[in-house]
Ligand binder design. Sequence first.
Ligand code: ZN
Length: 331
Amino acid sequence: MYRLKIDFTIEGYAQAYKDSLFKRHNCSKGKKFQKPDDRLKIAIDQLKKRKKTAENTSCLDYLKKLKNELDSLILLKPSDFKRKCDEYDLIFDSSNVAETKIKLFGKKQEFYKHIVYALRYDDISWEFAEQMKKIPILSCVYCNMIETNSSDMDDPSIEGEVDFEIDHYKCKSLYPFLCISFYNMFPSCSKCNKKKSDLEFSNDFCLYVEDDFSERDPFEFSTKDAVLLEEINESFKIHFASKNDYAKELYGKEHLNMETRYNCANAKEQLRGILKRRYQTDDPDYLKKAFPDFDGNKIDFILQTPSNIEDCHSKSYTKLSIDFAKEQKIK
Ligand SMILES: [Zn+2]
């Protein structure tokens, strides 16, 4: 994961996401579309008619607070997550609320699942993916191996086309009030999302940073100095070097098992491609002949990835390519 600083551009996309929510879902067949605000109001009204048990009162307080601050929660910044989670935990201890079964919307379910339903989490993925295209984040933020989105497609969530899932930094099974919050959602491949599950990693593993001091590039790929093309064979090893303990924790065997996953044919093919293109550029006439449109940027040609690490999430294997090029002194 290469971490992104929240700047005016990203803030603009967050705002555009919020503004676009449920715009596509207006009246269908004369039935009024219930926005989260409407669903929360229905839930509150249902609860008000109930017996005033301690449990019902807590649920009611929780829903009222959520309804009041929903707008600001959608754009809540990561530095405020902890404070907010503590506030909601005071109303309801998140360690036992998942067990609280309560009848709302005609169904007896866990209270937190009701909230995810009321906030219409199932209806936001298109709007979210649209903004991710613009940043752009088009590959899994954890592994940077699998494409999660494509800038060419109208609907990125079409099954089978790309592997797009949303990972919640603060998981929705414990913090459902953040389930549609822009900065709490990271595009992830199904493999990483499943492995990460509800595990919560340290704050350092949030995709976004807000200051200039936080570590933004917590791990590095390494191979060895001066690799020859023919050396990248089956026994060749791509290593995963963590600069920090938390990167080791996330990417290690017990979690995302990244080193094993990266020692695959695709990743090695990527490195071979880089070396081949470097050899090709040694012939001064080659590029001119083979690529009439060549713009003169040899490094971009060799890497075939964005030259700026900030755009690391725009293409699979970018981080691997950039680190490899640095090690091979191509960059
Ligand atoms: Zn992944």
